[in-house]
Design a protein around this ligand. Structure first.
Ligand code: NAD
Length: 429
């Protein structure tokens, strides 16, 4: 099939590349000329395992190309996917101006029937507005179907998730576009759920809110564990082995962040409010998440006392492992809070150093994770990168003023750390 993707970011680039990988002809469009130039020159604007190789392969084999022109994308395709940002507004509701802008651009370039698929995460009923906008701004007065196809990929595992999705959700207002969209996804052999368009839009917000709820639930349990001497990891294993619950998203820590959960949660709360329902359960999820960071900072302050001029090494800047994305990262938030107290930071991340430099000006970036500890009063693990488990703890102990480690992601074994002379504080253990 001939497909274009409008918005070539984390979702758009992965989507376009994985469509090309199964044989579709794809044009990826982005208004960021620098990003398109980089992609055309063989570079890649984000880190995502396996993506660079697939972009190179599919570009070389002529199934994937890049442009800044939405018109070119629309003209070259039968199906147009929208993957532009839907950031939060100050009141928590969704800024839909990117979606509206793209709908207008598509409308003005359309000269024949098209299927327009929204992949961005949007409030329920956005599809209806997109359809109305296209109708209003399409001078050629040609027909189009608007479809909702929410994306569930996880950054850090995006290619894997896209190639082997748990399910594909297709929300429609009529039967007309269903066959073509099913054909697009047929090569992935995934279960496909066809729903009405409102349900498809709601599925995404309901799914992300539930996952955030699971994280806040285990973080609340971590509090009870700390108060009783129980171990939150043992509890998570014990409840997670129940197939009705599942082990995933039951890791206590600094709380969730990133470009999706916080914004999708506030959007869903706002949408519910506008529909006359006060979603108190989700407001509590937000509250627990915010408090988790406060409690962790208190642990640091209680141990180090005055933070002013304390040298602290921070391991991890990305919002989670396997990505270079620092948008709304709890690790960056933590750094800013420590800097505000006057601490001096030495920081490291395996992939997110470049992106973090743009938002974290006052820290010293250290290329080698084993050099972070030099002269530090304490170390903090802020992202669950598995390579941090290989930190040379013996060396760190020697070069620090005192061996103190605050483990915000429960990466290390508490007993082992104490046995080796560390003052070790983690979450819920
Ligand atoms: P992103 O910021 O990485 O990418 C969006 C891209 O759209 C940017 O490159 C931007 O330059 C481009 N863009 C903006 N306006 C445009 C326009 N008018 N024309 C062409 N390009 C334009 O964002 P993302 O993380 O890929 O998220 C996109 C959407 O997907 C959001 O709604 C998000 O909530 C949703 N989503 C994200 C993830 C994730 O893990 N990142 C997962 C599922 C869903």
């Amino acid at each position: 099939m001939n497909i274009s993707i409008i918005g070539t970011g984390y979702v758009g680039l992965v989507t376009g590349t994985c469509f090309a990988e199964v044989g579709h002809q794809v044009v990826c469009v982005d208004c960021d000329a620098g990003k398109i130039e980089l992609l055309k020159a063989g570079g890649i604007p984000i880190y995502e395992p396996g993506l660079k190789e697939l972009v190179e392969k599919n570009t070389a084999e002529g199934r994937l190309r890049f442009t800044t022109s939405t018109r070119e994308g629309v003209e070259a395709s039968d199906i147009i996917f929208i993957a532009v940002p839907t950031p939060p507004l100050p009141d928590g509701s969704v800024d839909l101006s990117f979606i509206e802008g793209v709908a207008r651009d598509i409308a003005s370039a359309m000269t024949g029937y098209k299927i327009v698929v929204d992949k961005s995460t949007v409030p329920v009923k956005t599809g209806q507005k997109v359809a109305e906008t296209i109708q209003r701004y399409c001078k050629a007065k040609v027909e189009c179907d608007v479809v909702s196809n929410p994306e569930f990929l996880r950054e850090g595992f995006a290619v894997e998730d896209f190639m082997r999705p748990d399910r594909v959700v297709i929300g429609v207002t009529s039967e007309r576009p269903v066959k073509a969209i099913q054909e697009v996804f047929a090569p992935y052999n995934a279960p496909v759920i066809v729903t009405d368009i409102h349900s498809a839009e709601l599925i995404k917000h309901a799914a992300n809110s539930f996952l955030a709820l699971k994280i806040s639930y285990i973080n609340a349990i971590s509090l009870v564990c700390e108060a009783t001497g129980a171990n939150v990891q043992e509890v998570a294993n014990g409840i997670g082995m129940d197939a009705r619950i599942g082990r995933r998203f039951l890791d206590a820590g600094l709380g969730f962040g990133g470009s999706c959960f916080p914004k999708d949660l506030s959007a869903f709360i706002k949408i519910s409010e506008q529909l006359g329902y006060d979603f108190r359960l989700l407001r509590e999820v937000q509250r627990i998440n915010a408090e988790q960071m406060e409690r962790f900072l208190k642990k640091i302050a209680d141990t180090l006392w005055v933070l002013k001029e304390k040298r602290i090494g921070v391991l991890g800047l990305a919002f989670k492992q396997n990505t270079d994305d620092v948008r709304n990262s709890p690790a960056i938030d933590l750094c800013h809070r420590l800097l505000k107290e006057g601490a001096v930071l030495r920081v490291h991340d395996p992939k997110a150093m470049e992106k973090a430099k743009a938002v974290l000006k006052e820290a010293t970036f250290v290329a080698d994770m084993n050099a972070v500890a030099d002269g530090c009063d304490a170390l903090v693990v802020a992202t669950e990168w598995p390579e941090f488990k290989k930190l040379d703890l013996e060396h760190a102990r020697k070069v620090m003023t005192h061996p103190i480690l605050f483990d915000g992601r429960n990466l290390f074994d508490a007993r082992e750390m104490e046995r080796h002379g560390w003052i070790y504080k983690s979450v819920g253990r």
